[in-house]
Design a protein around this ligand. Structure first.
Ligand code: XUL
Length: 573
């Protein structure tokens, strides 16, 4: 370990709270985690980190559990002899859209924390609502319908706020809670996102929201750089706008710098240095693009429980089916995001419909799936007369597009994409390739307006430059190959090998940049100089393959048409 300053990054995700400590040269020196189910399921009854009220589609987490987790994770860092007194700055990454409701006593309780009792005991009275709605919540269809029409159309809402209305977006959640729990809403002094909530604990005062994470609310006017007056009116009623503005507070426009010194609770209880400062925390997806110096035209495909596709881009071309956020560190840049609910779990369903692997491959649950996925040719077209196979595999109601749960199988002419028709079915073995193709085709369809031929490779079709895979599915070679076949990647497909820590690392790197940046130095400039490719990434596929890439291009319009036809009969309501 060097003797220079250290930086602490958090990741408050749905199922865990992770902490990671890095040096100025970005080397990791310590980490610790709390797993909500393992550490707290008997106390808080959570499953996969959340509580569910199926009748109303509510998914939420106990705020007290998060408080206990923060003390526990810091205790675990201490047990590992982490020199917390050398930490100069803290930042973090938190699940997006989740909101925390502070009561009237919040500021005084936060400001008066004593080190002899845990946070959970001292902040009991700090909240007007004991739960934080989670991004998987889908209780807000009624509110979404109103958001989508308030500015004229879903397209216009996406233009202004970066996204059409989504169940999980915080504006719709606030509007519903105000309707359902009017007293709670009236007693709320401030509303935090999960990211500003965690930062608040360290600051000992309610922290402002972050300029990137605020775009996950359907309330922030991105071009106007302010709350949208008509959307605040919709959420809070005409007379309630000033009150809602004060609940939401000012948004911090700078993703770096210091929001203030660490609260004495942490200096006394965990021996943090009183000079340690707190930088803005951001959402987990914005933090993922900070886990490496991502260049424009590079894409990250995060293959977790859900699947996300992320790009950093100077181009702002919003559309109701995807999301734009302000870039977490670089004004004038944006983050483009697609977020699918049917990711890893959907692939597992297809896998589990196949015979269990036996013999040599028995230890790899994906062996049979991968064998079939790789043995099946692109779109299962084996001869010129074969039709291309396309499917949708939504075991959960999907976000992109907004289709109810179900599976659909179609074919079309492989050369033209014409003559699309639904099929009764095909062998389960074929589904292994088709589901991965389907997930990648959806990403290609929606990102095609943002890509261009990579610099110096004008002869190539428009596509991402590099594709970085992260998350559980990134270890699967068949998935890497098919993602490369469909999406291309002129410079290849890489696995970002950071052991599931991309968001926490992004948070820690953000802290390094926040406190060490020179005047005007961007995140990419600073991190680009210090980041070492070796050990962090590994090339797992060549990416673009001439001839194969075009086969998928031929059926892209048919894929879109298939979605449109299914939307007509199976839209989520
Ligand atoms: C993004 C989203 C999820 C959560 C996961 O819009 O809802 O990716 O951020 O924590």
């Amino acid at each position: 370990m060097s003797d220079g300053p250290l930086y602490l990054g958090f990741d408050l995700s749905t199922q865990q709270l992770k902490a990671i400590v890095v040096q100025s040269d970005l080397n990791v020196v310590a980490d610790a985690k709390v797993d909500f189910d393992q550490d707290f399921s008997s106390k808080y009854n959570v499953k996969k980190g959340v509580l569910v009220n199926e009748d109303e589609g509510e998914v939420f987490a106990p705020v007290a559990m998060w408080l206990e987790s923060l003390d526990l994770v810091l205790q675990r860092l201490q047990e590992k002899k982490t020199p917390l007194n050398r930490i100069r700055g803290i930042s973090g990454s938190c699940q997006q859209h989740g909101s925390v409701y502070w009561g009237r006593r919040a500021e005084s309780l936060l400001g008066g924390l004593k080190s002899d009792k845990p946070l959970v005991d001292q902040l009991k009275e700090a909240f007007s609502h004991p739960y934080a709605p989670n991004w998987q919540d889908h209780s807000t269809q009624q509110e979404c319908d109103q958001f989508d029409v308030k500015l004229g159309s879903a397209e216009r809402l996406a233009e202004v706020t970066g996204s059409a209305a989504h169940h999980r977006f915080t504006g719709t959640q606030i509007m519903r809670l105000r309707r359902k729990l009017p007293d709670m809403y009236a007693n709320t002094s401030r509303i935090s996102l999960a990211s500003s909530f965690l930062a608040s604990l360290f600051l000992g005062a309610v922290a402002p929201m972050d300029i990137s994470d605020v775009c996950g609310m359907n309330l922030w006017d991105i071009a106007g750089n302010d709350w949208s007056q008509p959307l605040l009116e919709l959420t809070a009623g005409k007379d309630g706008v000033p009150d809602l503005r004060s609940k939401l507070g000012e948004v911090r426009l700078d993703g770096g710098g210091s929001m203030g010194r660490i609260s004495s609770y942490f200096t006394s209880r965990y021996n943090f240095n009183p000079d340690c400062e707190v930088a803005p925390f951001t959402g987990d997806n914005p933090a993922t693009i900070l886990a490496l110096p991502l260049r424009p035209l590079d894409a990250i495909v995060s293959l977790g429980t859900s699947t996300t596709f992320l790009m950093s881009t100077p181009v702002y071309k919003p559309d109701p089916s995807y999301h734009f956020f302000n870039h977490p560190t670089t004004p004038g840049q944006y983050m483009f995001m697609l977020c699918y609910k049917n990711g890893g779990l959907a692939r597992e369903k297809v896998r589990d419909a196949l015979p269990k692997p036996e013999g040599d491959g028995a230890s790899d649950p994906w062996a049979t799936f991968n064998k079939h996925a790789l043995a099946t040719p692109p779109l299962d077209v084996r001869s010129d007369s074969d039709r291309a196979k396309l499917g949708l595999y939504f075991y959960l109601p999907e976000i992109v597009p907004n289709i109810r749960a179900g599976t659909w199988r179609y074919t079309c002419d492989a050369a033209t994409g014409g003559a699309l028709r639904e099929e009764p079915g095909w062998p389960a073995e074929t589904d292994a390739r088709t589901i991965v193709e389907s997930q990648a085709l959806s990403m290609r369809l929606r990102s095609q307006k943002l890509v261009r031929p990579p610099d110096g490779a004008d002869q190539l079709p428009a596509q991402p430059r590099r594709i970085y895979l992260v998350g559980g599915g990134s270890h699967n070679p068949a998935i890497a190959r098919i993602v490369g076949d469909v999406l291309g990647g002129a410079d290849g497909v890489y696995k970002l090998d950071v052991g599931g820590n991309a968001c926490a690392l992004g948070g820690a790197y953000k802290a390094v940049w926040a406190f060490e940046r020179a005047e005007g130095e961007t995140f990419d400039e600073l991190i680009g100089k210090r980041w070492k490719e070796e050990g962090a990434i590994q090339k797992v596929d060549d990416g673009y393959r001439d001839g194969v890439f075009q086969k998928y291009g031929n059926v892209l319009a048919a894929f879109e048409e298939m979605e449109e036809r299914i939307l007509k009969v199976a839209k989520n309501t």
